[in-house]
Design a protein around this ligand. Structure first.
Ligand SMILES: [Zn+2]
Length: 315
């Protein structure tokens, strides 16, 4: 996977350069074959053989389009043999760095299809905690930690950056907590309470990530929590925007924590760029929701054709 750090280029050129390619997030998949959709989209049959479902009426209580027979907590049964063997290899071999595998991947085909709200994921890459990346899964048995290679690369790279920035024994307990990304083939995700738990998270381009908790000599809670240290999370968000694997389209966060970040940022010119892509969203008082584009690029993932709007669909 080719990695490029676009952030500084974008900053220096006043956001005038192009980044992410025109892609599925703009809805240009009208030519998807039913066979392909049936193979990958877990909600295909439920939707009468349509690649995408009718979004109207999708709320947390009313779940038109989401296959009721998939109302479950764990999606491990959706994994392909390739995904199973990749997971087993990384879990049994502690000398393999997932980021090296992702960086060397020859994966050239698209992985995310249709939109974040009605799409699916093909040949998704699992995000796996390793001895190299200081990641922890909020729900290790749920199998909702699949994304595109760009997503898996970004999250793994962030885990590496935590190792680099917080070295030594006293910081060894710091973990980045990864919540839901997407199911192995994407599609609707249901929660504990028999309700659809996200409007998005369907095609591997959305990830819920816990706030960074830095307490020397202590382990991070492996859960989402509301303690928001603006200084360490400002450091973290800068890393997110600088990651060389995925352009960041939006970060959704509670407005009170956005205000705390602004106070820490002061006159930092990078904040002016980042702030344009950080939006308040209700329910994000204990985690970040990171939405990415198809590959590396400038913040916002603006396509060469600027008529294409950035996708700020509800998280
Ligand atoms: Zn989310």
């Amino acid at each position: 996977m080719k990695v490029v750090n676009w952030f500084w280029i974008a900053l220096s050129l006043g956001l005038a350069v192009s980044g992410c390619s025109k892609s599925s997030i703009y809805g240009d998949h009208g030519d998807l074959s039913p066979g392909f959709c049936k193979q990958w989209n877990p909600d295909f049959d439920y939707n009468g053989g349509r690649c995408a479902f009718n979004l109207s009426g999708v709320t947390r209580k009313k779940v038109k389009g989401c296959n009721l027979s998939r109302r479950q907590f764990s999606y491990c049964g959706d994994m392909t043999p390739t995904q199973v063997s990749y997971s087993e290899r990384l879990k049994s071999r502690h000398d393999i760095d997932a980021l090296t595998l992702i960086s060397n991947s020859e994966h050239s085909s698209e992985q995310s299809f249709l939109s974040v709200n009605d799409g699916f994921l093909a040949e998704g890459r699992r995000v796996i905690p390793t001895s190299y990346n200081r990641l922890a899964l909020r729900f290790p048995t749920r199998c909702t930690n699949f994304g595109t290679d760009a997503m898996a690369g970004m999250l793994d790279w962030l885990g590496h950056e935590i190792v680099k920035n917080f070295p030594g024994k006293k910081y060894a307990g710091i973990k980045l907590v990864i919540g839901d990304v997407a199911a192995p083939r994407g599609g609707c995700l249901w929660g504990h309470n028999q309700r659809v738990c996200h409007k998005s998270h369907k095609n591997g381009l959305d990830a819920d990530v816990g706030y960074l908790t830095v307490r020397p000599g202590h382990s991070s809670p492996i859960e989402f929590h509301q303690i928001f240290d603006a200084r360490s999370n400002y450091w973290f968000l800068k890393k997110v925007f600088h990651n060389p694997y995925a352009c960041v389209k939006f970060i959704f966060l509670d407005r009170r924590n956005i205000a705390k970040l602004a106070r820490v940022a002061g006159n930092d010119p990078e904040w002016k760029v980042m702030r344009r892509f950080i939006q308040h969203a209700a329910g994000h008082h204990n985690h970040f929701h990171i939405r990415i584009g198809q590959g590396p690029g400038q913040p916002g993932c603006f396509a060469p054709d600027s008529r294409l709007a950035s996708n700020s669909a509800a998280p």
